[in-house]
Write a protein of this length. Structure first.
Length: 228
């Protein structure tokens, strides 16, 4: 998501610089800026970004006028910034097609959370499917497809598999997996973990007795190996 192109429009140079810095520190790599509505339109004529962060109060072409122009050519998500926080301004922006509103001054974390939520809604991730040697695991449905068979994952199996997938190719310790499955107090859960691992192997392995996808690192933990 951090590779999404974001255009920030604000006539206050200090605020523009601060917002750009917030995004860049958070890992965003394509941040464009404009100090006026007219400059923003010039940039938009060359490239439509994935999102626009737009100040309402600007001299000349204000944020509302710019939003009207944007909506003539694109449905790109827009987050509007205002120093007023007045209900009328919020309603006007939303009626014109803004996706959300943020009142200045704001915390960097709040800006990032609002932008992140909008980007997730506008550009949902495609289905997360993990391909293994003998099966495919659909993380969104918590299902395993192996040949003509389909198996549902229990909540504990799903949590354990997700942790293994997040660290695919690396050994995940027994303690980490126990903690993932049952929380902070996990001592004594090791035997139950082994049962969950066995059930997972029965669903994802062609031969659970000779696993090639969910392998044991003796004395340490387990490792998930993807297809190929």
């Amino acid at each position: 998501m951090n590779d999404r192109a974001i255009l920030v429009v604000d006539d206050e140079l200090d605020l523009l610089t601060m917002i750009r810095s917030i995004f860049e520190r958070a890992g965003f790599t394509q941040i464009m800026t404009a100090e006026s509505g007219e400059a923003a339109l010039s940039l938009l004529s060359q490239k439509i970004p994935d999102m626009v962060v737009l100040d309402v109060m600007m001299p000349g072409m204000d944020g509302f006028a710019l939003l009207k122009e944007i909506r003539q050519v694109s449905q790109v998500p827009v987050l509007m910034l205002t120093a007023k926080g007045e209900a009328e301004d919020r309603c006007t922006g939303l009626e014109l097609g803004a996706d959300d509103y943020l009142v200045k001054p704001f915390l960097p974390k709040e800006l990032l959370l609002r932008v992140g939520a909008i980007l997730k809604r506008a550009y949902p991730e495609s289905g997360r499917v993990v391909e293994l040697a003998a099966a495919c695991v659909d993380l969104d449905k918590a299902e395993v497809r192996r040949g003509a068979e389909t198996f549902s994952l229990t909540a504990k199996e799903y949590a354990i598999f997700l942790k293994l997938w997040e660290n695919a190719g690396k050994v995940v310790t027994i303690g980490t997996l126990c903690q993932t499955a049952c929380g902070e107090i996990w001592q004594g859960y090791e035997t139950t973990l082994m049962t969950h691992i066995r059930h997972l192997r029965e669903k994802i392995e062609a031969n659970p007795s000779a696993p090639v996808s969910l392998v044991t690192a003796k004395g340490l933990g387990y490792k998930l190996v993807g297809k190929g």
